[in-house]
Write a protein that binds this ligand. Structure first.
Ligand SMILES: [Zn+2]
Length: 291
């Protein structure tokens, strides 16, 4: 039998099962909790959209033992309500106070449209509304660079002029399945590919996106995206590769693969020879792009 204790509750939160964690916590809540347990329980409540309980737990955590990381999260989730909150049907918008109302209106209109179009495609059932935190500058309230998404928290942090769907795709795609074993190469590739403007054939897309001949090593990029990046072309190549893979294996098979995004899993599902040829052909296309 599995022992129900705080360790199990914390494991459930970290593996993206906040509801189950909170239910189990109800059973053992008379036990002693550390400040970190309280912090994680706070995040679990945020993950299911219970902002009041989230605030309470993070306050209890900070009272138990002050931790700079928890204090940063308190600000990051705007639990101190320093931002202007505008609630719509599917999105809670948090705007930095200095942003003008005219810009806010444009941002909400564009983002709502992008959201419903993206949702139409991915058909994800989200646990809670998406929280979008919008800033006048290029950093969030803790100095982190924009833009980024936090899919388990269904939250997004962007500049007010941001118009893409990239971050929305991260949130919607990563909540399509219970658990996803991500690789950055495929995860970013998906966000780039489904955010593309043009719908031309692959050779034209390579032509439009890559303007020099580059030697890419897909297997290395796949294994370690950050250490094997090729500057501004990294994300574009990842996106094009995802598109090329979808063209080759079909959307349904690709989505099946995408729950475990490693090359080993692709080899297992589609065959090692098939994947080797797909990768070699793609690398050849990038290297020998038309001029
Ligand atoms: Zn991204």
């Amino acid at each position: 039998m599995i022992k129900i204790d705080m360790k199990l509750v914390c494991r459930l939160i970290k593996s993206n099962h906040p509801k189950e964690a909170i239910d189990l916590y109800e059973i053992i809540k008379s036990d002693k909790q550390t400040s970190n347990d309280l912090f994680l329980l706070g995040l679990a409540h945020y993950m299911i959209g219970d902002y009041n309980m989230c605030t309470q737990f993070l306050k209890m955590s900070l009272k138990e033992c002050f931790d700079a990381n928890v204090a940063q999260w308190f600000k990051l989730l705007d639990l101190n309500q320093a931002m202007r909150l505008i609630i719509t049907d599917s999105i809670n918008y948090h705007f930095e106070n200095e942003i003008e109302m005219s810009k806010i209106e444009i941002f909400i209109r564009k983002t709502n449209k992008a959201f419903y179009e993206t949702l139409e495609f991915f058909k994800t059932k989200l646990r809670k509304k998406i929280d979008i935190y919008v800033f006048a500058g290029q950093n969030d309230m803790n100095g982190n660079c924009l833009s980024y998404a936090n899919p388990p928290m269904t939250s997004i942090y962007v500049n007010v002029n941001y118009t893409g769907r990239h971050e929305l795709i991260h949130v919607l795609f990563n909540n399509m399945y219970d658990v996803i074993e991500k690789t950055k190469f495929i995860d970013e590739g998906i966000a780039v590919w489904f955010d593309r403007e043009d719908d031309k054939n692959m050779d034209d897309m390579i032509e439009n996106n890559i303007d020099i001949s580059i030697n890419v090593q897909i297997k290395k990029m796949w294994e370690n995206f950050d250490d094997n990046n090729i500057g501004v072309y990294s994300y574009k190549v990842a996106g094009l590769f995802v598109g090329y893979m979808i063209e080759s294996v079909g959307k349904e098979n690709f989505f099946e693969f995408s729950t475990i995004q490693t090359l080993e899993n692709a080899n297992r599902l589609f065959g090692k020879d098939f994947m080797n040829k797909l990768i070699t052909d793609f690398e050849y296309k990038i290297k020998n792009r038309r001029n």
